[in-house]
Design a protein around this ligand. Structure first.
Ligand SMILES: Nc1ncnc2c1ncn2[C@@H]1O[C@H](COP(=O)(O)OP(=O)(O)O)[C@@H](O)[C@H]1O
Ligand SMILES: [Mg+2]
Length: 386
């Protein structure tokens, strides 16, 4: 069984150990020679070039993705050639294009923030007149880690983006506007679904974003209302089925607190990712079947593994690049200080704010797991030195 992954980032890299364990041959089409996934059998080429991607795809049984940036015309060429794509382009579009995602989720009755498509300053004013300022503006395509998300207080704050509307590029079809949700916290539901329709869900987790970038994940989400967790999980599974997702689906959600009038806590869907996701990195050490193994099993239509937890709590803390690029004295230090840590580094050059690794800690106490995970991540990043 040969799985081809388009994109050589850390997600492709982290598919390598389970591929080895399961006897799956993993090949990666990476952007550059020195990619994060260079540890696998890697071809180097441009994922925007149909001929390059086709040549790569013909050497594997199924193709999956490390990111959602493969253009529609390349995906269409692969599909026409009979390449088994997981997820399919018809599903993937809802992870590639936030406007398409909002339209579809609205049509199938999944709770979302109020939203609108803006092509002009007048559209922004009209929407803000309904939901109030500020509004959250997003580039429908190509954003990640909060790049492509802006809180705006006036239509003029968006003049540069609105000028791009109608021109080829991520803003061609307009800017996505959303009400700014006063959420109590962010949650994520992670499920995997295979082509034959088997699906499995991990427990609902809490994700902590700092400046739009995920910095911490608590698994399972502490104190989550059981009815809310059940409903959110059911929505994740329903979305996977209705959209025809194959592989891992991450559903980012906002938890909206109960109001004084006695309403139950609720959730709104923020966005979808159709690949292993930062909100599932905890599962590599904290679940019987981690998300990278499950993704491989799902795209190959193998029976899925058990997603249940192996510990009461698992906390994941992301290591973000700091000001200095020498990681390895810190690396020795955190390992010596806490033998219970699971350190995952991505083999990426250190740049400020860039995700370069993560740390998982499982423990009986949430506070203990959180303190140890964030300490190690901050120490590795050079943000603290004791
Ligand atoms: N409508 C919103 N209201 C309040 N905060 C939001 C809203 N949309 C996004 N955010 C914040 O910005 C973060 C990044 O937005 P998201 O749409 O998930 O973009 P990305 O694709 O970069 O992850 C979210 O995790 C959340 O913290
Ligand atoms: Mg997001």
């Amino acid at each position: 069984m040969r799985v081809g992954v388009i994109g050589g980032g850390q997600l492709a890299r982290m598919m390598v150990p389970p591929a080895i364990a399961l006897g799956i041959e993993l090949r990666v089409l990476a952007e550059v020679e020195s990619s994060s996934a260079a540890i696998a059998a890697t071809a180097v080429g441009d994922y925007r070039d149909a001929a390059t991607v086709l040549a790569f795809a013909r050497g594997v049984d199924v193709v999956t993705f490390d990111h959602e940036h493969v253009p529609a015309d390349v995906l269409a060429a692969l599909e026409t050639d009979g390449v088994a794509l997981h997820p399919s382009p018809a599903a993937l579009v809802f992870a590639q294009d936030k406007l398409a995602m909002r339209e579809r989720l609205g049509a199938i009755g999944v709770p979302c923030p109020r939203w609108a498509r803006a092509r002009s300053g007048a559209d922004v004013d009209t929407f803000a007149a309904t939901v109030g300022w500020p509004v959250v503006a997003k580039t429908p395509r190509g954003g990640y880690d909060g790049k492509g998300v802006r809180v705006v207080y006036a239509a003029t704050d968006l003049a540069d983006w609105l000028a791009e509307v109608g021109r080829p590029g991520p803003l061609a079809d307009g800017v996505l506007l959303e009400e700014r949700v006063a959420f109590s916290r962010e949650l994520a539901v992670l499920v995997a679904r295979s082509p034959s329709g088997q699906a499995a869900a991990w427990p609902v987790v809490e994700t902590v974003q700092t400046d739009g970038i995920c910095t911490e994940v608590l698994a399972p989400a502490p104190g989550v209302d059981p009815a809310l967790a059940a409903e959110a999980t059911a929505t994740g599974l329903r979305l996977a089925g209705e959209l025809g997702v194959t592989g891992v689906l991450a559903v980012e959600m906002f938890e909206v607190p109960a109001t004084d009038e006695g309403s139950a806590p609720a959730y709104l869907v923020n966005e979808l990712a159709m690949r292993p996701h930062n909100s599932g990195h905890w599962s590599m050490d904290g679940a019987v079947t981690g998300q990278f193994e499950q993704h491989l099993r799902a795209v190959l239509d193998l029976p899925l593994g058990d997603p249940s937890t192996r510990a009461r709590w698992t906390v994941m803390a992301n290591v973000l690049g700091g000001e200095h690029d020498e990681l390895y004295s810190a690396y020795r230090h955190v390992m010596a200080r806490d033998p219970g840590l699971k350190v995952h580094l991505y083999g990426k050059a250190v740049r400020p704010g860039r995700k370069i690794g993560h740390v998982n800690v499982s423990a009986r106490s949430l506070t203990d797991a959180r303190t140890r995970a964030t300490h190690a991540a901050d120490y590795l990043a050079g943000a603290i030195d004791e």
